[in-house]
Design a protein around this ligand. Structure first.
Ligand code: SF4
Length: 356
C-alpha cells in the first residue's frame, strides 16, 4: 500500500525550494546538456535565490556544485594564478566610491610617479624569473593622456625587447584610436572593469558614465585585444544588479572576468559599508559562473576579508583563477597559502601566468 501526503503538505512549484530546484535543473540542462547560455529571465531568477541561499545549505551547495561542473565542462580543470603590479599609483581624478586611489578622498594611498623604464623592466624580469608569461602594466588614471600613452608604449616596447613576456595593460578609458595604438604596440590584453551594473553605477561614480566603460571594452575588442573585465560585489547593489552586471559582461565576450568583493577602504565613502556575508559572496561567484560560463572567472580583491576560510568553496563553486599576492592597494595573503589551498583541493594549477 502506498501512502501519500495530504494535498496541503505536498511540495508544489510555488514552494520556494521546489521552484529553486526546478530552476537549477533547467539551468543545468541548458549549460551542460545543450551547452547553451542561460536566458536573462533564468539569470535574474538565479539572482533571486540569494536570500534563499542564505538559509538553505542544500540549495547553496547545489548551486555551487552546478557552477563547479559548468566550469569544468566549459573551461577545464586548471586554475590560473596571476599577480598585480601598479606602475602608476594613486592621484586618480575620478570619484569611484570604493577606490582609495581617487584624489577625491583623503586616503592613506599617496600618489606615486610613473615607474621608470628600468623599474618596469626589472619588475618584468623578476616576473619572468618566477615563471610568469605575461606582465600587465596597471595605471590608476581615468584614461591615458599623451604622457600616459608615451609611458605605456615605452614600457610595452621595453618589456618586449628585454623579456619573453606578453604585455597586458590596465589604464582606464580608451578612445578607439588609443585602443588601436596600444594593440599595434603588441599589447595582447586590456583590463577594464565595468565595476557595477549600469543601473547602479551612478550611485558609486559621478565623474564618468558606465557607458564610457562599456565603450572602452568595445574598443578593446574591436582593436583585436583580449578583454579582461569584471566588477566588485558588495557595493550596496542588489543580487539582481549582480545578474545585470554579469549579463552585460557576457555580452562583451571577455576572456577573463575578475570578481572582486568590497573591502571597505579608510577615507572612501564606502569605508563603513558592511561586508558581504560569505554565503552571499559564494552565491555571487556561482551566479557569475552560470551566467558567463565561458570566461576565466578570477577571484580578485577582497576574498580574504569576505570569505576567510571559505575561499576554497569558491574554487569548487565556479572560480578558476586567483589573483595572488598583494592587490593594488591592499595586502593579500601569501601565495604559499593559496598554493597550499589548491594542493589540498587537488586542483591542477597552471604555472603563474602573469603579472596582471
Ligand atoms: S577610475 Fe579607477 S583608479 Fe580612478 S578612482 Fe575609479 S577605480 Fe580608482
Amino acid at each position: 500500500m502506498t501512502t501519500s501526503l495530504p494535498a496541503a503538505d505536498r511540495p508544489t512549484a510555488a514552494d520556494p525550494s521546489v521552484a529553486a530546484k526546478n530552476l537549477l535543473d533547467e539551468v543545468e540542462a541548458a549549460l551542460l546538456d545543450r551547452r547553451e547560455l542561460i536566458s536573462d529571465a533564468q539569470a535574474y531568477a538565479l539572482a533571486d535565490l540569494a536570500p534563499v541561499a542564505r538559509n538553505d545549505d542544500e540549495l547553496l551547495a547545489r548551486m555551487l556544485d552546478l557552477a563547479h561542473r559548468v566550469r569544468l565542462a566549459w573551461c577545464g580543470d586548471t586554475v590560473s594564478l596571476e599577480s598585480i603590479l601598479s606602475t602608476k599609483t594613486g592621484g586618480c581624478p575620478e570619484d569611484c566610491a570604493f577606490c582609495s586611489q581617487s584624489s577625491a578622498f583623503t586616503t592613506p594611498v599617496k600618489p606615486q610617479p610613473y615607474l621608470s623604464r628600468d623599474e618596469v623592466v626589472r619588475a618584468a624580469a623578476d616576473a619572468q624569473a618566477s615563471g610568469a608569461t605575461e606582465f600587465c602594466l596597471v595605471l590608476a588614471i581615468k584614461g591615458p593622456d599623451d604622457k600616459a600613452m608615451a609611458h605605456i608604449l615605452e614600457a610595452a616596447a621595453a618589456i618586449q625587447d628585454e623579456t619573453e613576456l606578453e604585455v597586458a595593460v590596465s589604464a582606464g578609458l580608451l578612445t578607439n584610436e588609443q585602443a588601436r595604438t596600444i594593440a599595434a604596440a603588441g599589447v595582447v590584453r586590456y583590463n577594464h572593469n565595468l565595476e557595477a551594473a549600469e543601473s547602479f553605477f551612478p550611485t558609486i561614480c559621478t565623474t564618468h558614465a558606465w557607458r564610457e566603460r562599456w565603450d572602452t571594452c568595445r574598443s578593446v575588442k574591436a582593436a583585436g585585444m583580449e578583454l579582461c573585465s569584471g566588477g566588485i560585489l558588495g557595493l550596496g547593489e542588489t543580487p539582481r544588479q549582480r545578474a545585470e552586471l554579469a549579463l552585460s559582461l557576457r555580452a562583451l565576450e571577455p576572456t577573463e572576468v575578475p570578481v572582486n568583493f568590497l573591502n571597505p577602504r579608510p577615507g572612501t565613502p564606502l569605508q563603513r559599508a558592511p561586508l558581504l556575508t560569505p554565503r552571499e559572496a559564494l552565491h555571487g561567484v556561482a551566479l557569475f559562473r552560470l551566467i558567463v560560463p565561458f570566461a576565466m572567472l578570477r577571484y580578485a580583491g577582497g576574498r580574504e576579508v569576505v570569505l576567510g576560510d571559505l575561499q576554497a568553496a569558491g574554487i569548487l563553486g565556479g572560480a578558476n583563477g586567483l589573483i595572488v599576492g598583494n592587490y593594488l592597494t591592499t595586502l593579500g595573503r601569501s601565495t604559499g597559502e593559496d598554493l597550499r589551498m589548491l594542493r589540498d583541493l587537488e586542483v591542477p594549477v597552471k604555472a603563474l601566468t602573469g603579472l596582471l
